[in-house]
Design a protein around this ligand. Structure first.
Ligand code: CDP
Ligand code: MG
Length: 689
């Protein structure tokens, strides 16, 4: 009952009897985790016995540009350098024919909204055009990206195209990593980093052009940047502002920037066949795996892009796909699996851009990052389960959690479009046409309307912007969320009762962290434990063995070390001495509590926990070392909703600390079972620091 994913032709992937026998006799060496061979074999058959049924629904508009594409040059010999080839490639991008017009428009207008489909060359080409036209003589060209991976990979690409070393003329700056130098004239950075640059350079004097890229993503930092760059463009008439976006409804940006002109780069797109499932899929992970295998064994050559919600999902599918293709033998083409997500180590990120070897097929397992920020050439098939992870914030409870949500129609169209960049493509949606029409919103809600604003409020306050209610937001955040943020900052002692920044708040603003984390670090001064974290690793001279013995990945510790080095530098800036007292572990916990006292939870008889303020049932994440211990009181770092509402990163807490550390936030009744055994100090006012 195996179906061709596309045309509906039947085909047996195991027509080759030998392959099948090999597999059944175990010669194919299928091993997977703790499952025995029989179990694995059952899994495997399942893949091909129960395929996912699709119906072809529509064909996206598209123009066949095949004839216009440059033909392969037969004389392309070794004489041509890679650089030359890259230069030639630049000329084939959809934006290239509009180079002069675009530069003219930039010259004529201070603010320009640029719209062009993903892959047309906005991010990699525009800063180079500006450089070639001389803008870098007056200052840097800065280009912001919502995602770190995009900033890094685009900077790498541009430095290649220009034949310079990454970090020299072309660099990038992302949180905890500054890959720029004195020489840098073109700088790619996350939107959050540019926001932080306002702290040290409120007029962005070192820039001649700021390009706010991927504006349609409407991240929190991008939205705030809009307000700030709009403001400085009024008194810095020499500063050029480019707002670029992949979606067509750019009028909103134009309206916001006082009717700035819109420059449209005509797209180049091939037709995309859209397939929907005939019935809803109960398990989209499973359906995605099955669909990838269906495509692999039945469809003509071309790479596959699968959209997933996060690292965990990607790793799961990566493993299952590896396991399921291992037994396929040589009759079926090799399937190269390439994951891509924000925390993937840089050296592995490059793999997704490597051309697929002849005869093989690549499957890219990506988060939303591949929707518009990154373009991977050669994708012909897109598998879209229809979900993404978004942060959502409940202003009533002050709780923020990462939730898997259905994507918007706009996202679904973007995702489908990724398959039709270099030739006609196919998109397999793992949901029904009915779901698409009726259950998906048209557009995603901007982050500013669904997030905790404490960090932004702190940054704006430290920029001297006190009147947040009248700040020029494109879409103002709910006033409830703004109020909650002020309340939280007040509780953390970052603001005083008049809403002004305190000394603690000023120090906290120096750290590129959530206010709770920066408060924890600032509080480490009081508890004399600013050095603690990782001393025992340091004592072993950062040994791999130590990580192994403590079940920690070396890579994570190395990254922790880099981040720590940076934070240490910032401690110096806010005049906090590194101090350490190894005999007092409670001090560390108290410092954490100083930042995270909002996140306390108490064990219930049922084995579940209840959050102390705004009671809600939560559980310790099974990956936690405390999941078996179940301490009576805990502080958690974040809530993640998967099958249950889980607390991730948990420490044990003594309830009396809540009263000691946050007497303004907790009363005796909140911690009453502790009060029965201990006399607690009573307090008034705010955190005593
Ligand atoms: O920004 P936009 O989506 O308009 O396009 P872009 O990111 O400038 O990408 C233009 C082209 O550069 C893509 O089609 C890729 O062929 C290439 N590129 C690449 O090979 N590697 C990267 N890291 C980024 C872009
Ligand atoms: Mg781009």
């Amino acid at each position: 009952r195996y179906r061709d994913a596309g045309a509906g032709d039947k085909m047996d992937p195991f027509a080759e009897q030998e392959e099948w026998e090999n597999y059944q006799s175990g010669k194919a060496n299928l091993k997977y985790g703790s499952k025995d061979k029989k179990q694995a074999s059952a899994d495997y058959q399942y893949v091909f016995e129960d395929g996912v049924d699709f119906i072809k629904e529509s064909i996206m508009d598209g123009v066949n540009y095949k004839d216009e594409m440059p033909s392969e040059d037969p004389d392309d010999s070794i004489a041509k350098t890679a650089l030359h080839k890259l230069k030639e490639e630049r000329k084939t991008l959809p934006i290239y024919p509009y180079r002069e017009q675009l530069l003219q428009a930039v010259q004529d207008h201070q603010v320009l909204v640029i719209v062009g489909e993903t892959g047309s060359g906005k991010t990699t080409q525009i800063p180079q055009y500006l450089h070639e036209a001389g803008y870098t003589k007056r200052g840097q060209v800065g280009c912001t990206q919502p995602r770190r991976v995009a900033a890094m990979s685009v900077a790498a690409r541009v430095s290649q195209e220009m034949g310079v070393k990454l970090g020299h003329e072309v660099g990038y700056s992302i949180r905890f990593e500054d890959c720029t130098s004195e020489k840098t004239i073109m700088k790619y950075m996350t939107d959050g980093m540019l926001l932080r640059e306002f702290l040290s350079e409120p007029d962005l004097a070192s820039y001649s052009v700021i390009m706010v890229d991927e504006a349609h993503e409407r991240t929190l930092s991008t939205d705030i940047l809009f307000g700030l760059v709009k403001d400085i463009s009024r008194f810095r008439k020499d500063l050029k502002l480019l707002i670029s976006s992949a979606t067509l409804d750019a009028e909103k940006f134009s309206d916001y920037f006082d009717s700035a002109p819109i420059f449209k780069i005509p797209g180049r797109r091939y037709p995309v066949e859209i397939h929907f499932t005939t019935a809803p899929e109960a398990d989209y992970i499973d359906a995605a795996i099955v669909t990838v295998l269906q495509i692999h064994v039945t469809q003509p050559p071309g790479d596959i892009l699968v959209f997933l919600t996060g690292q965990e999902e990607i790793e799961t599918i990566d493993e299952i796909l590896k396991h399921r293709t291992r037994g396929l033998g040589t009759k079926i083409a090799e399937l190269i699996i390439c994951p891509i997500y924000a925390n993937l180590p840089t050296e592995l990120q490059a793999k997704i851009f490597e051309p697929t070897p002849e005869g093989a097929r690549k499957v890219v397992l990506a988060t939303n990052i591949a929707e518009t920020s990154l373009t991977i050439d050669g994708i012909k098939y897109v598998v879209d389960p229809g979900f993404c992870k978004i942060k959502s914030f409940n202003p009533r409870t002050g709780m923020e959690s990462l939730l898997v949500n259905p994507i918007s129609k706009a996202s679904a169209m973007q995702r489908a479009g990724r398959s039709g960049r270099t030739g006609p493509g196919k998109c397999f949606r793992l949901y029904t046409a009915y779901n698409f029409q009726n259950d998906l919103d048209d557009n995603a809600v901007p982050e500013i309307q669904r997030t905790n604003l404490a960090n932004v409020v702190l940054t704006l306050k430290s920029l001297g912007i006190n009147d947040l209610v009248n700040f020029d937001f494109m879409d103002p955040p709910p006033s409830e969320a703004l109020l909650k943020a002020l309340e939280q900052l007040y509780a953390l002692n970052a603001l005083n009762s008049r809403g002004e920044l305190t000394k603690t708040g000023r120090r906290m603003a120096e750290f590129p962290l959530d206010p709770m984390l920066s408060k924890m670090i600032v509080a480490s001064e009081k508890y004399k434990c600013s050095e603690e974290v990782y001393n025992s690793w340091k004592e072993t001279n950062y040994s791999t063995q130590w990580c192994y013995e403590n079940y920690i990945q070396v890579r994570s510790m190395k990254r922790a070390r880099d981040i720590r080095d940076q934070l240490e530098g910032l401690l110096e800036r806010v005049e906090i001495e590194p101090t350490s007292n190894l005999s007092d572990l409670d001090a560390v916990k108290k410092a954490i509590t100083s930042g995270f006292f909002h996140h306390s939870a108490k064990l219930q008889k049922t084995g579940a926990y209840k959050t102390v303020k705004n009671p809600q049932t939560v559980y310790i994440h099974p990956s936690s070392g405390l999941a078996e211990v179940l301490p009576r009181w805990v502080i958690y770092h974040e809530l993640v909703l998967t099958t249950k509402e889980y607390m991730r990163q948990v420490i044990e807490l003594k309830p009396e600390w809540l009263i000691e550390i946050a007497p303004h936030f907790y009363q005796m009744k909140d911690v009453e079972d502790a009060a029965a055994t201990k006399k607690l100090p009573r307090g008034k006012g705010r955190a005593a620091d």
